[in-house]
Design a protein around this ligand. Structure first.
Ligand SMILES: Nc1ncnc2c1ncn2[C@@H]1O[C@H](COP(=O)(O)OP(=O)(O)OP(=O)(O)O)[C@@H](O)[C@H]1O
Ligand SMILES: [Mg+2]
Length: 451
């Protein structure tokens, strides 16, 4: 039943020689080119040297799961589809395989027709992918430039709205890069103070000896070098909002002074003992667990309560999967416009890697990654292999590392031979050895190795 589907190359991976033989024969009769491998590591080695359109892999194999192979292909190969076969039919296994990117899932026993149909669907999908692309979804614009459609982000938007409508002090918490400053701006620009200044102060970045005069200003002659009086951030923020970032980094004496500002709404310039009224709303942020610091005695409990009238706790990005693609698309658009580059789209595989990554640096890390991708990626599709290696799963990192040099050499020789239709002269030329050496090495290859 041969037909003209020709050319398409399929790698079949199964630890059973009998299964390999049957599949190879059937697929060849349908006009496909086939390669075989009996372990995950030899499949990985074959994929390194040969471009394959479709991998059909067994699920359970000694020395490495087909699942690892599926993930590896999904996250490292641009142009290869993958299909899982299993002798252990279970819904969990199927769901898991599909979730990590297997296009198709076949349970043993299956008929030849079922096999051909599944292979055809996978390859059709591949061709569709190669030729077409889908339009990028437009991220919905939410107030204050904060994007998010996850449940967690909707709650944050609510909290921001409520905080904006009051004059209360707000403590914004969250890991680094989760959007604390953006939330602070959203509170300010959504509030009645929007037309007055928003003044961010990084308390962790200013040495303690300077922080007091930066915040409260100083009188002429207050200390060496104070040749004239200068207003501080609190005066600059009069009528508006001051944002005390990294408030956990303030010294005990500064904490007392901040407490006084919160209680009395007045500040004292350094070198003066005449307090001055200020009308400033205070927002504070920290990426530490302030309550733990209170318990340890390094942060004042009374200041904690004064700051923590309203809390906005920003969730880490890994807990809001639904926002990742939205944000990535938004940043891609922004940077493409900024750098005059084509607006890239993320392939399904790239999207799945982005969604599965841990994002220790949260939204800021995502923003940086997308910026680099917009600058570095050729063409306008960002695919999984374009992403930083650290973000991608690699079965090679594990499985490949347990192979001996001799095994790696054998795999490589076998693959090179397969790629030149067993022509030993050409294989020897590619391998950089003479035919005699190749023959010697070949004597060590077992009869039933991949062909
Ligand atoms: N929900 C969001 N929508 C759009 N952009 C966001 C969102 N959250 C964060 N960003 C962007 O991510 C970057 C980091 O945000 P931001 O500076 O507010 O984080 P942070 O929590 O203050 O970080 P750090 O703790 O490192 O100071 C900024 O460029 C910000 O505009
Ligand atoms: Mg910040």
């Amino acid at each position: 039943m041969a037909n003209n589907q020709g050319k398409e190359k399929i790698l079949v991976v199964d630890d059973s020689e009998a299964t390999l033989e049957v599949l190879q024969r059937n697929l060849a009769s349908e006009g496909y080119q086939t390669l075989t491998a009996s372990t995950v590591s030899s499949a990985l080695a074959a994929l390194e040297t040969t471009r394959v359109d479709l991998v059909i892999t067994d699920f359970k194999m000694p020395g490495g799961s087909g699942m690892d192979l599926v993930r590896h292909i999904r996250e490292n190969l641009r142009d290869t589809e993958v299909m899982m076969i299993t002798g252990y039919p279970s819904i969990e296994g199927a769901v898991e395989a599909i979730k990590i990117g297997a296009e198709e899932y076949l349970s043993k026993p299956f008929t030849d027709e079922e096999l051909y149909a599944a292979v055809r669907r996978s390859l059709d999908k591949l061709h569709l992918q190669r030729s077409g692309r889908k339009p990028a979804p437009q991220p919905p614009a939410l107030p204050h430039g904060m994007l998010g459609e996850s449940e967690a982000m909707r709650n944050i938007m609510d909290a921001v709205g409520k905080a904006a409508s009051t004059a209360a002090t707000v403590l914004i918490t969250g890991e680094s890069g989760t959007g604390k400053e953006l939330a602070a701006r959203a509170v300010h620009y959504g509030s009645a103070r929007a037309s007055d200044p928003f003044v961010p102060v990084n308390c962790g970045g200013i040495p303690d000896s300077l922080l007091e005069s930066e915040l409260f200003g100083h009188m002429k002659g207050a200390f060496t070098g104070a040749s004239e009086s200068r207003a501080g951030f609190f005066h600059a923020a009069d009528g508006g909002t001051i944002f005390l970032d990294e408030v956990s980094e303030t010294s005990p004496s500064m904490q007392v002074k901040l407490l006084r500002v919160l209680q009395d709404k007045e500040v004292c310039m350094v070198g003066s003992n005449r307090p001055r009224k200020v009308d400033v709303r205070i927002l504070a942020a920290t990426n530490k667990d302030l309550w733990t610091l209170v318990e340890k005695g390094t942060f004042r409990k009374d200041l904690f309560y004064r700051l923590n009238v309203i809390t906005i706790a920003l969730p880490p990005l890994r807990e809001r999967h639904n926002d990742i693609v939205l944000l990535a698309t938004h940043f891609a658009q922004r940077f493409a416009a900024e750098f005059g580059r084509p607006r890239p789209q993320f392939s399904e595989r790239a999207t799945s890697v982005l969604r599965n990554y841990d994002w220790p640096g949260n939204v800021r890390e995502l923003e940086n990654v997308v910026q680099r991708l917009v600058l570095m990626t050729e063409g306008d599709i960002i695919d999984a292999p374009d992403l930083p290696p650290l973000m991608r799963f690699s079965a090679l990192r594990g499985a490949g590392l347990h192979r001996t040099l001799a095994e790696v050499e054998l795999d490589h020789i076998t693959n090179v031979l397969a790629s030149v239709e067993n022509n030993k002269t050409r294989a020897a030329a590619i391998l950089g050895i003479d035919r005699k050496t190749l023959r010697q090495k070949l004597r060590r290859i077992p009869e039933n190795s991949p062909s």
